[in-house]
Design a protein around this ligand. Sequence first.
Ligand code: PDD
Length: 285
Amino acid sequence: MIVYADGGFREKDEAFYPLEERGVLFADGVYEVVRYDRGRPFEMDAHVRRLRASLAGIGLPWPGVEAAASLSDELVRRNGLPDARVYWQVTRSAAGGPGKRSFVHPEKPEPAITMIAYPAEPLDPAAPVEAGEAVIVEDVRWHRCGIKSLMLLPASMAKTEAKRRGAVEALFERAKPGAAGTHITEGSSTNAFAVIGGVLRTHPADGWVLAGVTRAVLLEAARSAALAVEERAFTRAELLAASEAFACSTTQVTALTSVEGTPIGGGKAGEVTRRLAAAYVRRVL
Ligand code: PDD
């Protein structure tokens, strides 16, 4: 497997981080995951835009950020992978390496770019929508979830908890300052949608959730199909009474057939979910 690391393409076994790499010590970096199907990247511009915004959010300059797209394409080509998920990571380094462990950023930071292309199954347009159960956990993440940061410990713990309880996703719930009660924000690695009173709802992309690329594609598909759509947070009670719910990310749309043991929509993928999942597949292929 060829990866991109330390300024060049190399065999994965030959790529190493310095011991004091800030991505490891401080989770001081951001990332993206881009899907490739039949050799083509999906929504590349949106990923580059979001990477730029994440980098701005942590104050790490990468003036040549557009190069991420061509590095990624080249990586996929070198690995001969028509269907792939490419992980991009940009951490804060400095000329000559990150330097000794310090909470203070290096004076002249430089982005350290790493990319890994993981093979993926070809997308099958005839396959049924993925489905699974969800649990709800407290959203203990920081308040800047619009930044796709490497600080994934809460997400990883939440997903592990979901798996332990036989679920495919953990939905985060939090009390937001200034808002009454608690709301569902998003999944541990997905955006969450629900059909409530005939309206497709998802949390606004206001920094309490990641502005998912898939989320935007599905919202557009829903609006152009003239579905009633609202970017408005929903509560646990609204979700448990929803007629449909699903989670989405670059990897897939997943119907949530039950939440905390309560069946949603009769325990099957609903009509809106299936229509949007189909629209997504059409956009991708
Ligand atoms: N996760 N919300 C969170 C917290 C995420 O981590 C992700 C993506 C999304 C969906 O974003 P997008 O549609 O752009 O993939 C929402 C990626 C896939 C990951 O961490 O592997």
